[in-house]
Design a protein around this ligand. Structure first.
Ligand code: F6R
Length: 611
């Protein structure tokens, strides 16, 4: 949700900033802008509504020699997307410029104060007050002190970059609630919201901590705390991310690439964690807390969106294997409803990005209630990975497509691993543990088999893409999959879709069924197969069009329905790792047929860093 980048160094800053913005476009794409210190030490700002290409076109007309600058790609909160509201924002004299990822909650009162002091505002954004506050305090202070003073007045969140013509070749970076990573290489420093914008230049990075501010020049970096002034030694680490991982690699879209990466991403999630000798799972990250989990009266899993769907599956898995009660809470609800957290409650937060504002707030609330909080994250070093007591990394690799795919299957895999481990600590036998582990190892090949049915799924999607309403139905372990399938269709195809537990349909939604309402029904040969066949018959009796995800070799369903996508058989609790794949593929194909921007669906952004 908004990507910011700053550069100071030997290269032309414009080129580095634009390349970085393109890599972070998935974080927000309604407008973008750049501010550079040119060779005459003036601040030049260019901003454009729309995708980054529009900014590039505007810049291409002119030449801008510069070695220091900042840039921003926006997901609007305050003020509609237009050229003026786009960042960077400047002070009254155009001597200071900033880019900001976050929210200023008390912007109204601060704006009134600044207006009374004679400051002139041009945009409707909350961000603009920050630069005027800095201007106000810069009168008698050096820039670093002025930025600190300004930030102390702000309630809200920020990843902030500041340049000033009075401090050439310097960038000030500050962080509170929105991530910032600093990359260092030979005679250059790059600061960005995420490492994907840095990795083509260096893999030596430093994650700024909450409340820290850094004064950065080509050769030096000074870090201190905004509030206590405490000085920290800069410690750079090497990150394990490659350029190849964050490029499309010949695929038309990141989403398609990530769907196809799932056999590999799941292999990476389970690598080194299967302990066949003991028929159990090794999760070293949470070793210290495993007995707290085992003896928990209750586990609460909290998350948002797709991660919440994985959490729901986590409930089914942990309750099934380990007999521990699990509650699943939307992070945005958990944080505001005074949740009951007892002495033996353990909270697990799930987040691909590790930066989702609601999930972060839920974690802080759980901590205020003294809960042990564990994280399941994909992005290494992300906020959630750092503020939780311990955690399990998903190792799915960078997910760039805004619609989450491989992160979901890796989250479910992690939850499966955790459920087996807790099961083994309770009543699960060695044989059962080993049996599950061996089947889990086969899942990547089974996914590959499903991916090979793309032609059939494309054909099916051609029949479906003009419809405007869909039902997704599943039962048991496949109910969360139905929810996730419906979300995928909504977010990238803009088609109304509802996920339901199949049996609930007769309590209301069945009234919607007619020949214009396709129903995607997950009907696998499992313990509730007969029940879901009855649900399919109920739809067919009302002339509904049923498309089914069924188990390979199921002749009964083949004789009932024309449109069936067969998937390989597996154990019932692992079936979601397979049944979600055709649903992801259908959403993708339908969005392509509707000529939509699959990787950048309207109104969305990859990591939602605002409430
Ligand atoms: C849907 C999607 C979102 C995210 C949600 C939580 O495809 O990507 O629903 O799952 O915003 O994000 P994370 O997992 O980063 O906390």
């Amino acid at each position: 949700m908004c990507g910011i980048i700053g550069y100071t160094g030997k290269k032309n800053s414009v080129e580095v900033l634009i390349e970085g913005l393109k890599r972070m476009e998935y974080r927000g794409y309604d407008s973008s802008g750049i501010a550079i210190l040119n060779d005459n030490n003036e601040i030049v700002t260019i901003k454009k509504k729309g995708e980054i290409q529009k900014l590039i076109n505007a810049i291409n007309d002119r030449k801008y020699p510069s070695h220091t600058g900042i840039a921003h790609t926006r997901w609007a909160t305050h003020g509609e997307p237009n050229d003026i509201n786009a960042h960077p924002h400047s002070d009254c004299k155009n001597e200071i410029s900033i880019v900001h990822n976050g929210i200023v909650e008390n912007f109204k009162s601060l704006k009134d104060y600044l207006l009374s002091k004679g400051h002139k505002f041009v945009s409707e954004t909350d961000t603009e007050i920050i630069v005027h506050l800095i201007e106000e305090f810069a009168e008698d202070n050096d820039l670093l002190t002025a930025v600190k003073k300004a930030l102390k007045k702000i309630k809200g969140t920020y990843g902030l970059l500041v340049i000033s013509k009075k401090l050439p070749n310097t960038i000030i970076a500050a962080r509170m609630g929105s991530p910032l990573v600093i990359g260092k290489s030979d005679k250059q420093m790059i600061i960005a919201s995420d490492a994907s914008a840095i990795i083509s230049h260096t893999n030596q990075v430093l994650y700024l901590e909450e409340g820290e501010i850094a004064e950065i020049t080509v050769n030096d970096i000074n870090i201190s705390n905004i509030f206590s002034n405490h000085i920290t030694d800069p410690k750079f680490i090497e990150i394990d991310m490659t350029l190849e991982q964050i490029e499309k690699g010949g695929y038309e879209h990141f989403m398609l690439k990530e769907i196809y990466e799932q056999p590999e991403s799941i292999r990476n999630t389970i690598r080194g964690r299967l302990d066949k000798t003991n028929g159990t799972i090794r999760l070293n990250g949470i070793k210290k807390y495993i007995n707290d989990l085992k003896d928990a009266d209750r586990i609460i899993i909290t998350a948002c969106g797709t991660s919440w769907h994985a959490a729901l599956l986590g409930k089914y898995l942990i309750e099934n294997f380990a007999n521990i009660p699990v509650e699943v809470d939307y992070a945005s609800e958990f944080r505001y409803r005074n949740p009951i957290v007892r002495k033996n409650t353990v909270v697990i937060a799930i987040s691909q990005s590790g930066e989702t504002a609601d999930t972060i707030a839920a974690i802080y609330e759980a901590k205020r209630k003294n809960a042990i909080v564990l994280g399941i994250c994909n992005v290494i070093g992300s906020t959630i990975a750092r503020i939780t007591d311990a955690g399990i990394y998903m190792h799915a690799g960078p997910e760039i497509g805004v619609a989450s795919t491989k992160a979901f299957t890796s989250q479910v895999t992690v939850l499966l691993l955790l459920a087996i481990l807790l099961g083994r600590k309770h009543h699960m036998s060695f044989d059962e543990g080993l049996h599950l582990i061996k089947e889990l190892e086969k899942i990547p090949d089974k996914i590959n088999e499903i991916l090979n049915s793309r032609k059939y799924i494309q054909k099916l999607s051609k029949q479906l893409y003009k419809h405007t309403n869909f039902l997704y139905l599943g039962r048991g372990f496949n109910y969360p999959v139905a929810l996730e399938g419906a979300l995928k269709l909504k977010e990238i195809s803009y088609i109304h879709a509802e996920g339901y537990p199949a049996a609930e349909m007769k309590h209301g939604p069945i009234a919607l069924i007619d020949d214009n309402m396709p129903a995607l029904v997950i009907a696998l040969k499992d313990s509730i197969y007969e029940k879901i066949i009855t649900n399919i018959k109920e739809i067919k009796a009302r002339k509904g069009h049923v498309i089914s995800i069924a188990t390979k070799g199921d002749k009964e369903i083949g004789s009932m329905l024309k449109d069936v996508i067969y998937i390989p058989d597996t154990f019932e609790p692992m079936a979601p790792l397979l049944s979600i794949i055709p649903l992801q593929m259908i959403s993708y194909e339908i969005a392509v047929l509707r000529k939509l921007d699959v990787d950048k669906p309207r109104n969305l952004a990859k990591s939602v860093t605002v409430e």
